[in-house]
Ligand binder design. Structure first.
Ligand code: GLU
Length: 511
């Protein structure tokens, strides 16, 4: 690893919502920066105007904010190496492209789309192994290498459409060390003459990315594995510019895989299997199609971040619940795995559950109150705190609280017939009336006293717990669900419990 001051960048293109794999890339950059007292930079790579999507940049910024990934330098934050949006740096790139032309590392190419197509068809017909614009084919095309200087200048003066292509060296082994993957070796004959600059005045990704990483003094490039094929070209560009000395170190992160482990995790997998692949909900500005997000699905950002951090890396211990601060202190780029990381939706829910139960009852009650108010339920915070305490172990998300506790806010107006059939016997109303008498006698109506009283009562009668507890639950809840029935009764209070018990005795009938 180089000894430079750590400066890393997350460099997304605003072409749509940020995929969770992109968030993980941002997170690993952030963890690495913080671990090494470095800076985390957000650079928006929007040079491909045809793929620009309205709202995507704001979405990226909001996603990082939600995750707690703090930006040190960026569009809003500013910084000494701005601007941080590539379209605002447009003027910079032309000069660098021309520098490469002047040093004979790049050239103008004037081929039309049709001419390029003819070339491709010809190579196809010849069954050529490489069908691209490269060291061999460039000599048959219309470019500043085959035209005279005058002809080239005339075309440029006349405003003929052109691109600037990189002049890839012939038959050279490019060898580069990736911090995660080890040695990457490619022969330049496998590589084509990539377009660096287009006649619309915009650089392509490759040129802008290298120029900006250099100018912004980026020390480490940490990005997704899908960029590994671009690495040899990038190394060649550093060489062509004469920037090898300060070339960043590279680390290509493993892919996020489908739950089956077969192939890259895509939005389609999420749609088919019922989980989000985006951090926040996203509405496509063209089609109005809405894609779900982790935030709107009820995930806590800490849980989402914790889950993502362990996709492709772990601190080497059994510990799984790790705060951002601990992630920072234990993060090690060298320990990131080479193999793709399988996404597991159940595990994501498990993480949320762990963070949920770790939160204070007061905090959870505040979140639950929002849902209760929406449902028209008006109850004191102190009561909701008790409810939350009772049910939180049974939920992965705050929105699940309602299904676990609605009966604490409303008496049943119907009874689950399946449970009635199974649990409501001929002698049940009689037994419950006796139970009611026992409960009426109780002075302290808490679950311990109730349990003791009823146990004594049952022992005296020599009947099993189930015979009375299940129907008792049915009268209070209307169904066979929920936490301990004595706890439910305690929260309902004596009066309400007896009322429901009585209503059940009268109204529950086997159909
Ligand atoms: N703009 C590229 C992207 O969208 C950046 C790749 C890189 O980090 O070099 O992912």
């Amino acid at each position: 690893m180089n000894n430079r001051k750590v400066r890393v960048r997350f460099a997304p293109s605003p072409t749509g919502p940020l995929h969770m794999g992109g968030v993980r890339t941002a997170l690993f950059n952030y963890l690495f920066a913080k671990k090494n007292n470095g800076r985390f930079i957000l650079r928006i790579e929007d040079t491909d105007q045809t793929r620009y999507v309205d709202g995507a940049e704001d979405y990226i910024v909001e996603s990082l904010r939600w995750c707690g990934i703090e930006i040190d330098e960026g569009i809003e934050e500013g910084g000494a190496y701005g601007p941080y949006r590539q379209s605002d740096r447009k003027e910079i790139y032309k000069e660098f492209a021309e520098r490469l032309v002047n040093s004979e590392n790049a050239y103008y190419s004037f081929d039309t789309a049709e001419e390029l197509e003819v070339m491709r068809e010809k190579l196809k017909a010849e069954k050529s192994s490489v069908q691209q614009y490269n060291a061999i084919t460039r000599s048959n095309m219309k470019n500043s290498l085959t035209l005279s200087e005058d002809e080239t200048n005339k075309l440029l003066d006349d405003g003929a459409p052109f691109v600037i292509r990189f002049k890839m060296t012939e038959n050279e082994e490019v060898i580069v060390e990736d911090l995660i993957r080890g040695t990457v070796k490619v022969n330049t004959d496998q590589l084509d003459d990539k377009v660096l600059f287009k006649s619309d005045g915009m650089p392509t990704y490759h040129l802008a990315n290298i120029v900006d990483d250099h100018l912004m003094k980026i020390s480490h490039v940490i990005r997704g594995e899908e960029w590994l094929p671009s690495l040899p070209l990038h190394v060649m560009l550093y060489r062509a510019f004469g920037w090898e000395e300060t070339m960043p170190d590279f680390a290509h992160l493993p892919l996020l895989l489908k739950p089956s482990g077969k192939g890259k995790l895509s939005k389609r997998d999420g749609d088919a299997l019922g989980f989000p692949v985006f951090p926040l909900e996203w509405t496509d500005p063209k089609t109005d199609e809405v894609s779900r997000g982790y935030r709107e699905d009820g995930y806590f950002p800490e849980a989402f971040v914790n889950m993502l951090a362990l996709l492709g890396w772990n601190p080497g211990t059994e510990k799984e619940i790790i705060s951002m601060r601990e992630l920072i202190s234990s993060f090690d780029l060298y320990k990131v795995h080479k193999a793709g990381a399988k996404f597991d939706h159940e595990k994501a829910k498990w993480f949320n559950h762990k963070y949920l139960v770790g939160k204070s009852d007061e905090k959870l009650a505040r979140a639950y109150q929002l849902i209760l108010r929406e449902k028209g339920v008006n109850v004191d915070d102190s009561f909701v705190i008790k409810v939350v305490k009772l049910i939180k172990e049974r939920a992965n998300f705050v929105f699940e609280f309602w299904d676990q506790s609605f009966f604490l806010f409303q008496a049943p107006n119907e009874y689950d017939q399946k449970v009635v059939k199974k649990r409501w016997k001929e002698n049940t109303p009689g037994l419950l009336s006796e139970l009611k008498e026992q409960l009426e006698k109780l002075e302290t109506f808490d679950h311990e006293s109730m349990e003791k009283e009823i146990q004594d009562f049952l022992e005296g009668k020599e009947i099993g717990m189930g015979q009375i507890m299940n129907p008792f639950r049915l009268t209070l809840v209307g169904a066979g669900i929920g936490p301990g029935v004595f706890e439910i009764a305690e929260l309902l209070g004596k009066e309400e419990t007896l009322k429901r018990l009585q209503a059940g005795i009268i109204n529950i009938k086997r159909e």
